[in-house]
Design a protein around this ligand. Structure first.
Ligand code: AHR
Length: 346
């Protein structure tokens, strides 16, 4: 179909969704005011025929990392850069994300970008996108679906992040001549069934399994949020009197856990009662690494918007692309963190 005609069809198809949005039963029922503006603007897409329409189904706004990730996409896919970006916040619910993707399919957007809240259960909706001829770019977390059902994936290597956290612990205990001493570990997991949680859990376990003196007392989900991280840590503290190490699979849960530990009269970090291993490396957490409250922060890089823009540009020109793009990541401790703080934008 000729692209101009396509865009006009998109406008017509969108109109029913405007009403659905107003009655609160459609994909856009939970939208923020700026998103309403976007929908209004979509009506005038016919005047912007040259814009590339991207439907972005974000999984939620559960963490500081997520906000940085959403902002990265918004910064890269601007009108000035030639894009018209539709966004949806699924509030950590797969069914909401599926609804959003379906609405993008019926609006006949040019591309769909989405970060899957969990790994399984995407095959049907991905098939629907494929049948509609809409390229799907998966971002951040992974899906278990067949590779032929999506165009490409941009994200982080969660298994390696988990391994890196355990390798850091190995080095730390070795430097103190404690590598073979008994240590008690608790793990605050992210959203169960997400590739971020599964990768970090299995990556950490793969190294921990080598040490019979590393006792993993418990692992529970805190769903990647401050409130749940605090709640789960409070339960761990009630249940176990001798926790040495907390592995918290994101910074938000770490903030909650540290609050719980301090409220219980204990300290964390370099000279504290408990070693804290965190993931993400958002600015607030790096400040705590610098202050010695968090021992190590394994980066999960949210800056993925530029990759998406580059991939779309290549696809528009008919150039070949890779099936996966893994973003670069670092590990921060109080020894190296200061030199990275100045440039940290999130
Ligand atoms: O998928 C990336 C993870 O999701 C980040 O570690 C976490 O903060 C977010 O909620």
């Amino acid at each position: 179909m000729n692209k101009n005609k396509w865009k006009k069809t998109a406008v017509l198809l969108l109109l029913p969704f405007l009403f659905i949005g107003q009655t609160g039963c459609g994909t856009f029922s939970n939208i923020a005011p700026e998103e309403i503006d976007e929908i209004d603007e979509m009506v005038s897409v016919q005047e912007n025929d040259d814009l590339i329409v991207v439907g972005f189904a974000q999984l939620g706004s559960e963490s500081m990392w997520r906000t940085a990730n959403t902002n990265s996409v918004r910064r890269a896919l601007t009108k000035e850069n030639g894009y018209f970006l539709l966004t949806d916040n699924a509030r950590q619910k797969q069914e909401n994300q599926i609804k959003a993707i379906r609405s993008y399919i019926s609006q006949r957007v040019d591309y769909i970008v989405f970060s899957p809240v969990v790994e399984n259960g995407w095959d049907t909706v991905l098939e629907e996108a494929k049948d509609a001829g809409i390229p799907v770019i998966i971002m951040d977390r992974e899906v278990s679906a067949d590779e032929s059902l999506y165009t490409t994936w941009v994200g982080t290597d969660s298994f390696k992040e988990g391994e890196n956290a355990a390798r850091w612990l190995e080095g730390e205990l070795k430097s103190k001549n404690q590598l073979y001493e008994d240590v008690n570990i608790v793990i605050l997991q992210g959203t169960l069934g997400s590739s971020a949680e599964m990768g970090r859990t299995t990556g950490f376990h793969s190294i921990a399994a080598r040490y019979s003196n590393w006792h993993i007392l418990d692992e529970q989900t805190g769903d990647f949020t401050i409130a749940k991280g605090k709640e789960v840590m409070q339960q761990f503290l009630k249940k176990y009197k001798d926790i040495d190490i907390v592995v918290s699979q994101n910074d938000d849960m770490t903030f909650g856990a540290i609050e719980a530990i301090e409220e219980a009269g204990m300290t964390t970090g370099v000279n504290g009662d408990m070693i804290i291993i965190s993931f993400d490396a958002v600015r607030e957490a790096l400040e705590m690494v610098r202050a010695g409250k968090i021992n190590v922060d394994v980066e999960c890089n949210p800056e993925q918007g530029e990759y998406i823009a580059e991939i779309i540009q290549k696809l528009e020109k008919g150039e070949p692309i890779e099936k996966e793009y893994i973003v670069e990541e670092k590990i921060f401790t109080h020894r190296n963190v200061s030199k990275y703080m100045e440039d940290r934008t999130y």
